[in-house]
Design a protein around this ligand. Structure first.
Ligand code: FEO
Ligand code: CA
Ligand code: CA
Ligand code: CA
Length: 547
């Protein structure tokens, strides 16, 4: 396993209070800078300045609804003062693209092109100035958009079922990276609502993109399965074997891992270009006794044959799927209909798995189960009916190995608030300290510190009909949680209407990059339309964030 980083520092910030202010609130001694707003230039061209763009202009802008993000080092550059940031754009910020509301079924060609320009990803080279402020290096050869209008290829078992050249990637929700320095961006939609002229099968994949533009063109890796992907987190062992952990943000959805067939090369990047085409996809089964197992989603195994019995999900979903028979003729069928295959194979359907994170020493994996108010029947890993506020599950691979076929697990915490006791559904949860609802982003940083970001819906139902979800928890926020005491400390509160998502940092942890998604007030620029944005959080004394 990767050596455990010496915890040279812990946590010492003074938590901030829950609030409903239209600003980003951080602890005393911290600063917030805006790095990249929806509509700012990525590729050279005009930026948003208050009027609607042409499709050609928007294709070069930062897209909308910034979400998952990764920071990449550049050879020859001090990584603590310069590097590449790859950022997901989940959904358009329509308010800066066009008037009125967008309807994919009736949109004009220009409106469709505009909408599709604002999803996908952007890569930007960023640098820190002597005053500590970061900015995008305009004109950098690395600055590049990959949008809903760009072309993609597909590889792996289901690639024959997809169009030869695929138009677009969509709903780029969260993301991850490979140990060989590529970006993995995840499509959180299996139905192409933005462009109904395109075949559905083309979407719902993990897409591998090389931010350095050295390896392949952006590639949809079908061996990782087709579902509403959230993020990807990897675990590497001492022999360079690697597993990629993924959540299906479905109501309900399963937890998966993909294990590559061979070790990756740390000396030859190009040797890794087909790593994600050769391996086995597994689904997690969480047993009631705290043990768990990985079941292969391989044609011919675990019931994945013609005439397979899919048990459905009738008591856990707002859009129930009744028990049915499904024909899996080959591995392509298993990958395309992965959601059903996971249930056939005995995977546990969970309360909307969002992000997954792996501890630096491989000793723990955390997954956020954001909420599922439609759950009517419980199991050990999803213990609340009408799960409004979500929970976090911690699991541990046998031998801390990415190749393990078994694991142990526990409920790490149940989100909620003590003031909700008495309103039923165990809404009070068991958070020790600053409370929250709907954990979504989660990441353990290289110092082993656990950060959680929330996405409770606005307006949302707290479970107490006299108070909205924001009146109980404040606006969406980011928390530090001690893994031993489980004490939760609120680190940051977002502006009106937003969700907090995306977390990346420089190696010295003095700069945290965080995304503010879909603000609705007067942020980030007073007097202008609200815009999703990437921010940088630093300390005024330039020490590591949180320490
Ligand atoms: Fe786009 Fe599941 O969050
Ligand atoms: Ca999310
Ligand atoms: Ca969410
Ligand atoms: Ca979102």
């Amino acid at each position: 396993p990767t050596p455990t980083p010496t915890p040279s520092y812990g946590i010492s910030f003074a938590p901030v209070a829950a609030n409903m202010n239209d600003t980003v609130t951080v602890p005393t001694g911290y600063t917030v800078d805006i790095l990249l707003k929806a509509g700012d230039s990525i590729e050279t061209g005009t930026a948003y300045a208050g009027s609607y763009p042409t499709p050609a202009d928007a294709e070069k802008w930062a897209g909308g609804n910034h979400d998952g993000m990764e920071y990449f080092e550049l050879s020859g550059t001090n990584p603590n003062s310069g590097g590449l940031l790859a950022i997901n754009f989940e959904y358009p910020d329509f308010n800066i693209l066009m008037g009125g509301s967008y309807n994919a079924a009736t949109a004009t060609a220009d409106q469709k092109a505009l909408a599709l320009s604002a999803v996908g990803i952007g890569v930007v080279e960023i640098a820190k100035a002597s005053d500590g402020k970061w900015s995008v290096k305009s004109g950098s050869k690395y600055n590049k958009r990959y949008t809903g209008n760009s072309s993609y290829k597909a590889t792996g078992p289901a690639s024959g079922l997809l169009s030869g050249t695929i138009k677009g990637m969509l709903n780029n929700c969260s993301s991850g990276r490979t140990p060989w320095g590529t970006y993995l961006t995840c499509e959180e939609s299996t139905d192409n609502y933005l462009d109904p002229t395109q075949p559905e099968e083309n979407y719902g994949w993990v897409v591998e993109i090389d931010p350095y533009q050295e390896l392949d063109v952006p590639t949809k890796r079908t061996a990782l399965g087709r579902f509403d992907h959230e993020n990807v987190a990897h675990m590497v062992d001492a022999n360079s074997r690697v597993a990629f952990y993924m959540g299906h943000d479905g109501t309900p959805g399963c937890v998966y891992k993909f294990v590559c067939d061979r070790a990756f090369s740390s000396s030859n990047r190009a040797a890794n270009r087909d790593m994600l085409d050769h391996g086995t996809l597994y689904v997690a089964r969480f047993n009631a006794d705290g043990t768990g197992e990985w079941r292969a989603l391989t044609h011919g195994q675990n019931g994945l044959t013609v005439g397979a019995s899919d048990p459905g999900n009738t008591s856990q979903s707002a859009t129930p799927i009744a028990p049915t028979t499904v024909d899996f003729n080959n591995q392509a069928d298993v990958m395309v209909n992965c959601i059903s295959a996971a249930r056939v194979a005995g995977g546990t359907v969970m309360d909307r798995p969002e992000w997954i994170t792996v501890a630096p020493d491989n000793s723990a994996i955390f997954v956020t189960l954001t909420n599922n108010s439609s759950r009517r029947s419980v199991d050990a890993a999803n213990p609340r009916t009408v799960n409004r506020h979500g929970h976090i599950v911690k699991f541990k691979e046998t031998g801390n190995s990415p190749l393990a076929m078994t694991f142990t697990w526990e409920i790490f915490l149940l989100a909620g608030d003590p003031s909700l006791a008495g309103f039923g559904d165990k809404l009070e949860g068991n958070i020790n300290g600053d409370t929250f609802s709907s954990p979504d982003g989660i990441r353990i940083d290289p110092q082993g510190r656990l950060w959680v970001q929330t996405d409770h819906s606005v307006p949302g139902n707290s479970g107490d009909s006299s108070r909205t979800i924001e009146q109980v928890f404040g606006q969406n926020a980011m928390f530090y949680i001690d893994q031993t005491t489980k004490k939760s400390m609120r680190f940051l509160v977002g502006p009106e209407g937003c969700e907090i998502t995306g977390i990346a940092y420089t190696p010295d942890l003095t700069n945290f990059f965080i995304n503010i998604q879909h603000p609705t007030g007067n942020w980030p620029v007073s007097g202008q339309e609200p815009r999703s944005s990437t921010i940088v959080v630093r300390r005024t004394d330039a020490k590591p964030v949180g320490a």
